[in-house]
Design a protein around this ligand. Structure first.
Ligand code: ADP
Ligand code: 5GP
Length: 245
């Protein structure tokens, strides 16, 4: 079975990452299935409307520190004075099942993940300007003025690390930005290394029988049915990575 892909998204707080991901899913990507959001652990208190297990796993400091000691985290960092971390449990079993996983983490966490999993696809989301970032944080109404100031203070140094990432999206127009995000995810899913099983499955249902051809030399008209049949035996083994979890 093809392994799923790990998508790493980072942005300064208030850029619109959560809104963008939601817009992308509503814009049609959910119909493709097979994309799951990793739910982080945090010591931050839940905001009004946040649900434990959906928005975060909200835990206390001793629990988070015990998880660090027990090596439960794929990455963790202190973000805006609170611990945040992605557990292995949220990510690895899904990738192994061929499901794509999207992690929304800060640049410190992004750096750790990209070092350990260089095959990840990394995307940095930018605000169109400092003014937009400030007004989005204020207008969102979730953080008090001191917290907003803290988040704005670190935003410049976060953006300076954008070169760690493979893709950059400026979240100016929400619809345009969400199309770009969907395009990156879909492009990755349609690469040859992710499509082998789908092709095999289709070919496997073709009529014809014969041996599997191991070399990649020229194909004669008489070889073609034999190849189809050979690939077909391989195809029965797995899914194509598009199944919903
Ligand atoms: P993040 O998850 O990056 O911290 P949010 O998704 O909570 O940010 O968005 C912060 C605020 O910005 C929200 O009030 C949201 O409605 C607004 N927002 C997000 N994207 C855009 C956009 N493209 N244009 C205008 N406002 C936006
Ligand atoms: P918030 O407190 O607004 O939910 O999140 C603020 C920041 O924490 C965002 O930049 C977000 O990407 C980051 N964050 C959320 N979960 C994690 C995580 O598991 N690890 C790391 N390193 N950062 C996270």
């Amino acid at each position: 079975m093809n392994r799923g892909t790990l998508f790493v998204l980072s942005a300064p707080s208030g850029t619109g990452k959560t809104t963008l991901i939601r817009s992308m899913m509503e814009g049609g990507l959910s119909s493709f299935g097979g994309l799951v959001f990793s739910v982080s652990h945090t010591t931050r208190k839940a905001r009004v409307g946040e649900v434990d297990g959906r928005d975060y796993h909200f835990v206390d400091h001793p629990t988070f520190e015990r998880m660090i000691e027990e090596n439960k985290f794929l990455e963790w960092a202190e973000v805006h004075n609170q611990y945040k971390g992605t557990s292995y449990e949220e990510v690895l079993p899904r990738l192994e099942k061929g499901i794509d996983v999207l992690v929304d983490i800060d640049v410190q966490g992004g750096e750790q993940v990209l070092r350990r999993y260089p095959d990840s696809v990394s995307i940095f989301i930018m605000p169109p300007s400092y003014r937009d970032l400030e007004s989005r944080l204020i207008q969102r109404g979730l953080d008090d003025p001191d917290e907003i100031r803290r988040r704005l203070d670190v935003s410049h140094s976060e953006i300076e690390r954008y070169r760690l990432y493979q893709y950059v999206i400026v979240n100016d127009d929400l619809e345009r930005a969400s199309h770009v995000l969907a395009a990156i995810i879909l492009e990755r899913r349609h690469r040859l290394d992710r499509m082998d099983e789908t092709v095999s499955r289709v070919l496997g249902a073709f009529p014809g029988k014969g041996r599997k051809r191991e070399d990649s030399g020229p194909v004669s008209p008489t070889d073609a049915p034999a190849m189809a049949s050979g690939l077909g035996t391989k195809a029965g083994a797995g899914e194509n990575g598009y199944g919903k979890e």
